[in-house]
Ligand binder design. Structure first.
Ligand SMILES: [Zn+2]
Length: 232
C-alpha cells in the first residue's frame, strides 16, 4: 500500500519558504490534518481544503505546529458554518494545555473544537506519548494509524527515533509500516539526527520531514517526504 498523505509543508521551524510541517492524511475514509502551524491555514484556504478536514491531530504546542489552528477553527465556524472540529490530542497534559491556549484565544472552545483524548480516538488511531523527547517541558505525541493493509507512524517533533521503534518485535508486528519521521542534519537535542534512523532503513518505509532538503547530505540513505508526498 501507498498511503494517501500530502504534506502541506515539510520544513523545519524556521524554513518558512518550505512551509511548516503538516500533512493531510486520508485514512479509513476520513481526512486528518496532522498539525496546523502558522503557514498552514493560508495554504488550506488557497487550496480550498478548509472544509475537507474531518479531524486534526496535534503533535505539540510549538507555533509551527499550532500557529494557525485558531484561524482555521474560526473559519470553519463563522464562514463555513460547520460543527466543532474534532481535535485529537495524544497525551493528557497536551490536552489540558491546548484547551487553555484555545480558551485564552477564543473563549468558549466547545463552540469551535471538540478536544478528544486517546480514549475517544477512532479505533484505528493510537497515540504514542513522546513528552519530553522534543523539549524537556513540552508534552508531545506521535500518532499511529492502523489499517487492513498496513500502518503509518507520524513522529511529530522528537529528538530521538520514536521509542516504540526500539521495542523488541514492535516493527515486525506492525508490517508494512510507513514511518514519517522528524529529521535533522546537525546534531541538536530537539530533533532526530538522520544517522540515528539508519537502523530502520530497509525495515520500514522511512521518509524524513521537518528539515531543509538543501542541507541533506548527498549520501542520505532514506528519502524525504517532500520528494514524493508534497501537496499539488
Ligand atoms: Zn517543535
Amino acid at each position: 500500500m501507498t498511503p494517501e498523505i500530502a504534506f502541506i509543508g515539510a520544513g523545519g521551524a524556521h524554513d518558512i519558504a518550505l512551509g511548516n510541517s503538516a500533512a493531510l492524511l486520508r485514512w479509513e475514509g476520513q481526512t486528518f490534518l496532522l498539525d496546523c502551524g502558522f503557514t498552514v491555514y493560508p495554504r488550506l484556504v488557497e487550496k480550498g481544503l478548509v472544509e475537507k478536514i474531518d479531524a486534526i491531530c496535534i503533535t505539540h504546542l510549538h507555533d509551527d505546529h499550532i500557529g494557525s489552528l485558531s484561524a482555521l477553527l474560526y473559519h470553519r465556524h463563522f464562514l463555513s458554518k460547520l460543527p466543532p472540529l474534532p481535535v485529537l490530542v495524544g497525551v493528557p497534559e497536551l490536552h489540558a494545555k491546548l484547551y487553555t491556549y484555545l480558551h485564552f484565544l477564543m473563549g468558549p472552545v466547545e463552540q469551535f473544537a471538540q478536544l478528544v483524548g486517546p480514549e475517544g480516538f477512532p479505533a484505528f488511531i493510537a497515540a504514542i506519548p513522546t513528552s519530553g523527547l522534543h523539549m524537556p517541558h513540552m508534552p508531545s505525541a506521535a500518532y499511529l494509524f492502523k489499517g487492513a493493509n498496513g500502518y503509518l507512524l507520524y513522529s511529530g517533533d522528537i529528538g530521538v527515533p520514536v521509542p516504540v521503534l526500539q521495542r523488541p518485535g514492535w516493527v515486525e508486528a506492525h508490517q508494512p509500516i510507513w514511518v514519517f519521521h522528524d529529521v535533522a542534519f546537525r546534531r541538536v537535542p530537539t530533533h532526530c539526527y538522520y544517522e540515528d534512523l539508519y537502523p530502520w532503513v530497509g525495515k520500514v518505509e522511512l521518509w524524513g520531514y521537518h528539515c531543509n532538503p538543501a542541507e541533506a547530505p548527498e549520501n542520505l540513505r532514506f528519502p524525504l517526504a517532500h520528494e514524493r508526498f508534497k501537496i499539488s
